[in-house]
Design a protein around this ligand. Structure first.
Ligand code: MBD
Ligand code: FE
Length: 309
């Protein structure tokens, strides 16, 4: 069939009617967004001459994504989670907020309720053969003053790129910890160097990436939620210099301000001091929180989180 069979006016009228725009009742917000989405979708179908077979294949694909509980993975894969970050960055700028550590996407693999400890924690259970990794940092305010008692909630993948709870192979809360900063605002985590995450072979998200000619991999990364009363909660991650996928993250999470360099430590003296028995890696990740401001858009995102039993 040819493209552009229907007039814009006819599509607009049909979308508005389907969205209850001129009928009373219902939810005004739902009507508004449904109307705009439908109108744009109709336009895309008409402009691209989407066939009935193609349309129903797309509905099948969306249905499969939902059955797999995979929208949390699909959303960052098509850059929408990063897009939401860009909008929040800009809204903060307009609200006069600046200076804190850069945010980046939460991703779908957070599990609430990780063990909480003061000052430091060991995150791995000793079964992962990966490189020993110390993450040290200080939580500060915009003036450089330490923030004591901040909660640094850290989660990351193992040396195979898998997350505990999700991969079903690791102990509960392995590589997931909450650390309360000490009097100087410092936190220290002992863990293992993570590997990058790749979308599961059978996932709808990987199928989509294949169809788009993109890969479905993330560079290695470590996730953070950082919170303290009176400050805006921060959602962020860091990546590592030299990572193969650093600048092609399928989830668009990499930001130049959030790349750390692994310091490889081989001196016998340092190894002994660190309380380990082999060369290890370390990275520094300081965090600047900005003060909460009335009227500023919230940084705490309400979304479904798993809590491990
Ligand atoms: C991840 O570990 C992740 O952080 C994101 C955003 C998507 C998939 C896997
Ligand atoms: Fe992740």
């Amino acid at each position: 069939m040819p493209a552009d069979l229907i007039s814009k006016a006819d599509m607009k009228k049909l979308a508005a009617e389907a969205s209850g725009i001129s009928t009373p009742g219902g939810n005004a917000r739902v009507k508004e967004v449904t109307n705009r989405l439908l109108y744009r979708l109709m336009q895309v179908i008409d402009e691209c001459d989407v066939s009935m077979d193609e349309f129903w294949a797309a509905i099948g694909f969306i249905t499969q994504t939902a059955k797999n509980n995979e929208f949390g993975l699909m959303v960052p894969g098509v850059a929408l989670e990063h897009f939401l970050d860009l909008r929040l960055d800009e809204a903060e700028r307009l609200a006069g907020i600046s200076g804190g550590t850069m945010r980046t996407i939460e991703g779908p693999l957070y599990v609430a309720g990780a063990p909480l400890s003061k000052g430091e924690a060991r995150m791995d259970d000793g079964t992962d053969p990966g490189e020993v990794f110390f993450i040290a940092g200080q939580v500060k305010d915009e003036n450089g003053n330490p923030v004591a008692g901040a909660i640094v909630d850290i989660w990351h993948a193992n040396s195979k790129g898998g997350y505990s709870f999700i991969d079903g192979e690791q102990a509960p809360y392995n590589l997931r910890r909450r650390i309360e900063t000490d009097a100087k605002g410092n936190y220290l985590a002992r863990s293992i160097v993570p590997n990058g995450y790749g979308c599961p072979p059978e996932s709808a998200t990987r199928a989509l990436m294949n169809a788009l000619g993109r890969h479905a991999e993330r560079p290695a990364h470590v996730h953070f939620f950082v919170s303290s009363p009176g400050f805006r909660q921060l959602t962020t991650q860091f990546n590592f210099t030299g990572d193969k996928y650093l600048y092609t993250d399928f989830a668009f999470g990499t930001r130049d301000e959030l790349i750390v360099t692994l310091d490889r430590v081989t001196s016998a003296e340092e190894i002994r001091k660190a309380g380990v028995n082999r060369p290890f890696a370390r990275a520094k990740f300081d965090i600047v929180l900005v003060r909460e401001k009335v009227g500023a858009p919230a940084t705490i995102v309400q979304r479904e989180h798993v809590i491990a039993a």
